[in-house]
Design a protein around this ligand. Structure first.
Ligand SMILES: O=c1ccn([C@H]2C[C@H](O)[C@@H](CO)O2)c(=O)[nH]1
Length: 139
C-alpha cells in the first residue's frame, strides 16, 4: 500500500500544525509544539502541547491531536505533522501512543523557523515496536 503523502497534503498538514502551535500552553518550558493529523476523508484534526506546574502531567501536542481524532471517531490516519522551533521528532511516549493506530503513519517533522521538513514513517521512528499482539487478552 502506498502511504506517501501528496505535496498538497504535506502543505496542509504543516500549515495546520504551525497554526495550532500558537495555541500551545507552555509556560514552563516555553517550547511550543503543534501537531496536525490528516484523516482518510481529508479532515485535519489538531493538537498543541498543554503543560502543567506538575511537570509530569504535561501533554504533548501529538497525543492531544491523537486523542482529539479518536474522540471525533477517526481511527484511520494518513499522516501527522509536528511543528516546533528546530523541528523535534515525537518523544518516545508519543511514538508508542501513535503506534496503536498504525506503524505506517508518515510523520512530517517541520521547523517553523525556515519551514524545512523531513518525513519518517512511525515504523522508522519506533523499530521493533511493542504492539500488544503477545498479550494474552489480544483478540
Ligand atoms: O514531540 C514533542 C516534544 C515535546 N513536546 C512538548 C512537551 C512539553 O510541553 C515541551 C517540552 O518538552 O514540549 C511536544 O509537545 N511534542
Amino acid at each position: 500500500m502506498n502511504r506517501a503523502l501528496e505535496p498538497r497534503q504535506i502543505d496542509r498538514l504543516i500549515q495546520a500544525a504551525t497554526l495550532v502551535r500558537d495555541q500551545a500552553y507552555a509556560p514552563h518550558s516555553h517550547f511550543y509544539v503543534g501537531a496536525a493529523l490528516l484523516m482518510e476523508d481529508g479532515e485535519i484534526v489538531v493538537g498543541c502541547n498543554v503543560e502543567n506546574a506538575s511537570y509530569s502531567m504535561c501533554l504533548c501536542a501529538e497525543r492531544v491531536a491523537a486523542a482529539a481524532a479518536i474522540s471525533k471517531g477517526y481511527r484511520l490516519w494518513k499522516g501527522i505533522a509536528v511543528a516546533s522551533v528546530g523541528g523535534v521528532s515525537p518523544c518516545g511516549a508519543c511514538r508508542q501512543f501513535l503506534s496503536e493506530f498504525g506503524l505506517e503513519l508518515p510523520v512530517v517533522i517541520t521547523d517553523v523557523i525556515d519551514g524545512s521538513y523531513k518525513i519518517r514513517s512511525l515504523k522508522q521512528l519506533l523499530p521493533e515496536a511493542f504492539d500488544g499482539s503477545l498479550l494474552p487478552t489480544h483478540a
